[in-house]
Design a protein around this ligand. Structure first.
Ligand code: PLP
Length: 495
């Protein structure tokens, strides 16, 4: 196991009680200076709050407030039970301001990966902290670590022999019940627990659908542009991808019906189309369901981030409108909790289908890790899950607005923002005459994590546009990102 770095006890912190500046801000400024000047390096551990408070002769709350401030600005990270550490990935515009030789500072993992296009793996920057504007990454610094810890401890204390063997392939029963109850209330999904299968990430759900319902050569409608994870699952299984364009009110169902009438399955993100952010209209929902029923085709509804709707109530699922039993509903905990959990679920329309899926999952991984399922179940049953979603919804609405304000302030001459009151990223249209080669080089140079809409298209190319994730970033990080973005745009758009 890697050795924990020793706690660094920085000398030379001087606090003045005579100053007008509050003590916690003085302490924050001392640490910030030490980080900028390279005295504290990425991975260094800050002193434990209790010790430092004692040493400095101040209340513990002063130290906690200073640390919270540093966390908020991205200088340090709090790790539950382990301490507070200097972040690997620092707000580098401030590092430059420190005018120190930064060559000795460890290279951030995320920055070495720096994928610009295509988005081979949008999760690539998640190891320590996300890089602006990584998409689809929840705000991990706001995760209720303490609660998760407590719930985990309770689960471990009450662990029984029964939990250590082979659990049901379909998932821990109480978790399936908790998921079904949540979906019925929050997403208007019509389901019972025995229709729910717990999967190892929604990618496994996709792969199960492919293995159970499709054969080589079968036609599948996919949204164009659309989610690359789905595209990969289908294409590696040898099914025929049928790209269907996306309009302002979602998938162009009539186009699909006209061009690919024999399709066996439709993959769709109705609540919040990935990546365009639109919603499938009521009339298109009805058209799609009617067609699927008539043709005995399946609809795979990927409801990956529908919890994050910032105006009005969350939209009900397509599954809830399906009287013919044609919709398979898919959801994930990656966005509402954290991607490292690797737990997701699918809801099948019939029990006979569940047994078919079970046989395949038996051969894939038998079961998703039991301990994680037990913890998640306790977290949901305790009411913490719904509370966390509520809290994140408010936070993300605020971050979305902050990003919009910043873009309007700095980049309004270059970008047209497509605002949707939902989701985890913003879609922005670029000027038609932008020099893409220059722009991509500048993005790379500034180590921005931008994703291009056209990296998600197959046939139906879109005008140049970018996608900016906002959920994982404080307003300081958003501001630093927008300033870099402006520099990239300025150098790439002819006057
Ligand atoms: C449309 C869509 N579905 C599913 C997922 C991922 O889910 P999971 O992490 O459970 O594989 C993503 C992740 O970005 C997504 O964008």
């Amino acid at each position: 196991m890697a050795k924990e770095p020793a706690e660094i006890n920085p000398a030379g912190i001087v606090l003045s009680r005579q100053s007008d500046v509050p003590l916690y801000l003085q302490l924050y400024a001392s640490f910030r200076k030490m980080i900028i000047e390279g005295r504290l390096r990425p991975g260094d551990r800050l002193p434990a709050g209790r010790n430092l408070a004692k040493e400095l002769g101040v209340a513990r709350v002063i130290v906690s407030q200073a640390y919270e401030h540093l966390v908020l600005e991205g200088y340090v990270l709090g790790k539950t039970g382990a301490g507070t550490f200097v972040a690997d990935q620092l707000p580098d515009h401030l590092l430059n301001a420190g005018k120190r030789n930064t060559a000795s500072i460890k290279k951030p993992v995320a920055q070495t990966a720096a994928p610009v296009e295509p988005p081979v793996d949008m999760q690539a920057g998640s190891r320590i902290g996300a890089t602006a504007f990584q998409m689809g990454m929840p705000s991990l610094d706001q995760f209720p670590y303490k609660l998760w810890h407590q719930v985990g401890n309770e689960v471990l204390k009450s662990l029984k022999q029964a939990h250590l063997g082979y659990e049901d392939t379909l998932g821990y029963w109480d978790l399936r019940k908790a998921i079904a109850a949540y979906l019925r209330i929050s997403r208007a999904v019509v389901c019972e627990a025995d229709q729910v299968i717990v999967t190892t990430g929604s990618q496994q759900g996709l792969n199960l659908v492919v293995s159970c319902l499709l054969e080589q050569g079968d036609q599948v409608w996919i949204e164009d542009p659309g989610y690359h994870g789905a595209r990969i699952a289908f294409s590696t299984a040898g099914v025929a991808l049928c790209p269907v364009p996306v309009e302002q009110d979602g998938l162009n169902v009539s186009y699909g019906v006209a061009h690919f009438p024999d399709a066996k399955l439709v993959y769709v993100t109705p609540s919040h189309q990935f990546p365009m952010g639109c919603t499938l209209s009521a009339s298109k929902r009805e058209e799609l369901l009617a067609w699927a029923q008539k043709h005995n085709s399946w609809i795979l509804e990927d409801d990956y981030d529908s919890e994050f709707r910032y105006e009005g109530r969350p939209l009900p699922s397509l599954q809830g409108m399906d009287a013919g039993g044609r919709v398979i509903y898919s959801g994930t905990f990656s966005k509402v909790l954290f991607p490292g959990l690797r737990l997701a679920y699918i809801v099948l329309p019939s029990i006979s289908l569940v047994s078919r899926f079970k046989k395949i999952k038996d051969n894939q991984d038998r079961q998703s890790p039991v301990m994680d399922q037990l913890m998640l179940c306790a977290f949901m049953e305790g009411g913490y899950f719904v509370r966390h979603i509520r809290k994140m919804r408010l936070l993300y609405a605020e971050r979305q607005q902050q990003l919009i304000n910043l873009l309007q302030l700095y980049c309004k001459d270059y970008l047209r923002i497509s605002v949707a009151p939902s989701g985890m990223h913003l879609l922005c249209w670029l000027p038609e005459h932008i020099d893409m080669v220059k722009f991509k080089a500048a993005i790379h140079q500034h180590q921005l994590m931008l994703t291009f809409v056209n990296s998600f298209t197959l046939q139906h190319r879109q005008p140049p546009a970018i996608l900016l994730g906002f959920t994982a970033f404080t307003k300081y990080k958003l501001k630093a990102g927008v300033e870099k973005l402006l520099a990239c745009l300025k150098g790439s758009v002819p006057a």
